[in-house]
Design a protein around this ligand. Structure first.
Ligand code: ADP
Ligand code: MG
Length: 728
């Protein structure tokens, strides 16, 4: 008799709600108190050091050792006053998680004495063991050593674990000993600089004063919460973050009673708690609500520049996980924790902001500002049209494969939704292309015809992977557990590359005697025509769209190993290597790491599935089988007629059928795993894992779930969907 599941349920029901106390009821009292912010620096640094540091942050100036020593010493003083005893370089290796290796400030001077020290060189550079992190092909070719280097553009912060352990975290990049990037941040920072170089000259057509353009990101994070006891009783949740087995409950999300529903007291306490932690780190979570699926929620911060928004997202994911445990909950960031229930995504809202305070993707109220808006709007569309495949690669992961194309998230086809008003505007510009640039006045009228109220007018399309939402694009196909950096690096780079070409084309026309506005319109109108195929206003979830997209020549690659292949096409290489985002070896390594990561995830899922079937499900199935068989024998002995134990016989037969089938499925999967391992290249292995190993999952699951629905509920060892999703 299994009691583990019932113990877990009991535990869940008895769990007290934690009373969360805010440090103060005025948020401004503790907002960003754990960040070594500009204000803090002003306070802790000498005047000269502060000016030096601002130059480093604002213009990317190199930091010298003297300044580094001063900053390190100020950071240490501040951190120790706040109760920190150690520090760590905090980085984002290609595992997807963040990494840290703590060192204490304390340095012994002799056997009974010591002092707290933190030197500039420790701030600037550290050497974690590179070989413990994914390095792709670089592992074979280069020394395995890697080092982390301080990224002064991202502020240091203090992480509190519990009430006593506090650590000073220094955001860093992570590179191989030979200088190759081994993380998500280096390419991201490069793409941000590239975009800045490409966008400023284009802005200058409209406003000479613009000197800086930064991409902005506001992410919306979806997640699930499950009680910690139920979580612990499921090996699949514990080891893979998703349920690889589990029969659908009679009630799922069909009543639509969860979305924006009232938040349970326990979950509310949790949200308040992690939001407070986030606030102390200067992260304002501005929205919180229930999502579509039971047990699913969403939070979103105020947007910021892409680099810091990426850091904040990584930090928030960490905090959410840590704080959940405090509340007896476990956080699920997996894209598809439950079959038959909506999965989780992370919408990446993206725009471009100038140092003059303009959002370049917000339509203006005069013809001139509208032309500037249209310039960036159309160039983004053109970039996505040209490099849709790269965006597809940038969102590929084992988890996201469950969502894309599963009628709950955008399909694997990249397209753009812009709404009816803008569709009309673009059509009229394209139609008049033959005269564009000549009858300048007329063209400006077209541009000027964007209604002023247009911001509030934009219609929504929840099925689009890349939707314009009035003043930003929303990349909706990013996975919930992803580091946004991959998607943002791709997007920044393709738009930058596009803006470089645009500038060249416009300048040629200007040299030939066109007015600037005429030249801009002429090029834009040609882009609108060329990029038309990427625009789609209809329902992305339909089969008709898949057919139509194929007719338009748009890709529809549904699995990660093949989608990742888009990273290493000649087109992507020339874009990424040509623009200096990756060195050739880095790109190859990045690709290899992602393939490996996919393979490992499927491998773990497959092994967990095997273990659950063999060690947990089959034993209870056989136990139940024996009790049915014994029952039949007894009844037979007592002289019962066959039809009097018909139900038992039928149950026994189905049980036997599913027991054999689930075992056969596992055997087939184990054989597929062996074969996949024998493949020569990382790509072939990943493809074999996706097609053949993962290819066995559905069959196994069908029979395992049928067993769950047949076997005595008292015997079933694994918390069921109804318990995971509805007990809170
Ligand atoms: P919605 O568009 O869904 O009605 P919001 O306008 O509040 O709601 O935006 C949703 C998300 O978009 C938020 O996470 C917000 O931070 C982000 N966002 C808003 N404006 C920008 C911008 N200019 N750049 C990047 N993200 C933005
Ligand atoms: Mg959204």
């Amino acid at each position: 008799m299994s009691t583990k599941r019932f113990d877990a349920i009991e535990h869940t029901l008895q769990r007290p709600i934690i009373d969360v106390k805010l440090p103060s009821n005025k948020i401004s009292d503790f907002f960003a108190e754990n960040v070594f912010s500009i204000d803090t620096m002003r306070k802790y640094l000498s005047k000269d050091a502060f000016i030096g540091m601002m130059a480093v942050i604002e213009s990317g100036k190199k930091i010298d050792s003297e300044l580094a020593d001063q900053v390190a010493s100020a950071m240490k003083e501040w951190a120790m006053e706040k109760g920190a005893t150690s520090y760590t370089h905090w980085f984002q290796p290609l595992t997807g998680a963040t990494a840290e290796k703590h060192d204490t400030f304390f340095t012994p001077t002799d056997s009974s004495k010591g002092i707290e020290k933190f030197k500039g060189k420790e701030l600037v550079q550290q050497e974690p063991d590179g070989s413990s992190f994914p390095t792709g092909g670089l592992r074979a070719t280069f020394e395995a050593r890697g080092y982390t280097a301080w990224d002064p553009s991202s502020p240091a912060f203090i992480v509190e674990v519990g009430t006593s352990a506090k650590t000073l975290c220094i955001p860093t990049i992570f590179v191989a000993y030979t200088g190759e990037a081994l993380d998500f941040k280096v390419p991201l920072l490069k793409s941000q600089q590239l975009l800045q170089r490409a966008a400023v000259p284009v802005c200058n057509y409209f406003d000479e004063k613009v000197q800086k353009v930064v991409p902005t990101l506001g992410w919306e994070q979806e997640y699930f919460l499950v009680d910690a006891a139920l979580f612990a009783a499921r090996p699949d949740l514990l080891l893979t973050g998703r349920t690889v087995l589990g029969a659908a409950p009679p009630k799922g999300q069909q009543l639509d009673d969860h979305y924006f529903g009232s938040i349970s007291e326990r979950v509310h306490a949790y949200m308040l708690d992690f939001e407070t932690e986030a606030l102390k780190l200067g992260i304002t979570i501005s929205t919180r609500h229930n999502e579509v699926a039971p047990g699913q929620y969403e939070c979103a911060p105020v947007f910021s520049d892409v680099n810091s928004a990426v850091d904040k997202n990584q930090l928030v994911m960490d905090i959410m996980d840590r704080v959940a445990r405090r509340h007896g909950l476990r956080l699920l960031l997996h894209e598809k924790p439950f079959a038959g229930v909506n999965g989780s995504g992370k919408h990446n809202n993206w725009s471009l902001a100038t140092d003059t305070g303009i959002n370049l993707l917000a339509p203006g109220d005069s013809p001139e500002t509208n032309l500037q808006f249209l310039t960036f709007f159309v160039n983004t569309i053109k970039a996505v049209h040209t490099h849709a495949n790269l965006l597809r690669a940038a969102i590929a992961s084992a988890g996201n494969d469950h969502r894309l194309g599963a009628n709950e998230a955008p399909p694997a086809i990249i397209s753009i939704f812009i709404g009816s008003t803008l569709t009309k505007v673009l059509e009229s510009i394209a139609e008049n292309s033959s005269t564009a640039g000549k009858a300048t006045k007329e063209k400006l009228n077209i541009v000027g015809s964007i209604p002023d109220l247009f911001l509030d007018n934009t219609d929504r399309n929840r099925t689009s992977p890349f939707a314009f939402t009035g003043n930003k694009f929303e990349f909706r196909a990013v996975g919930s557990s992803a580091n946004c950096a991959a998607a943002m690096t791709a997007l920044n780079t393709i738009v930058a590359d596009q803006l470089f070409s645009f500038k060249k084309e416009v300048d040629v026309l200007i040299k030939k005697g066109r007015t600037t506005q005429g030249a801009l319109l002429k090029v834009l109108s040609s882009y609108i025509k060329e990029a038309k195929a990427i625009l789609f206003e209809g329902d992305n979830y339909t089969d008709e769209w898949a057919t139509e997209a194929a007719r338009r020549g748009l890709s529809n690659v549904k699995d990660t190993p093949r989608a990742l292949g888009f990273y290493v096409t000649p087109k992507a290489k020339s874009l990424l290597v040509g623009n200096g985002i990756y060195k050739e070896a880095e790109l190859a390594a990045f690709y290899e790491v992602l393939l490996e990561n996919y393979e490992l995830k499927i491998d773990i899922e497959s092994k967990v599935m095997e273990e659950m079937v063999i060690n947990q499900i089959l034993p209870v199935a056989i136990e139940y089988q024996s009790s049915l068989a014994n029952n039949i024998l007894t009844l037979k002995d007592l002289g019962y007629k066959k039809k009097q134990y018909k139900a038992q016989t039928e149950l026994l037969e189905s049980l036997g059928k599913h027991i054999n089938a689930v075992k056969a499925g596992v055997d087939k999967m184990v054989a597929a795993r062996k074969k996949a391992h024998q493949k020569k290249s990382a790509k072939a292995t990943a493809i074999a894992y996706g097609d053949k190993v993962k290819g066995c999952f559905d069959e196994i699951r069908t029979h395992a779930d049928a067993l769950e629905q047949l076997i005595d509920d008292q015997l079933w060892p694994l918390p069921k969907y109804r318990e995971l999703l509805f007990i809170k």
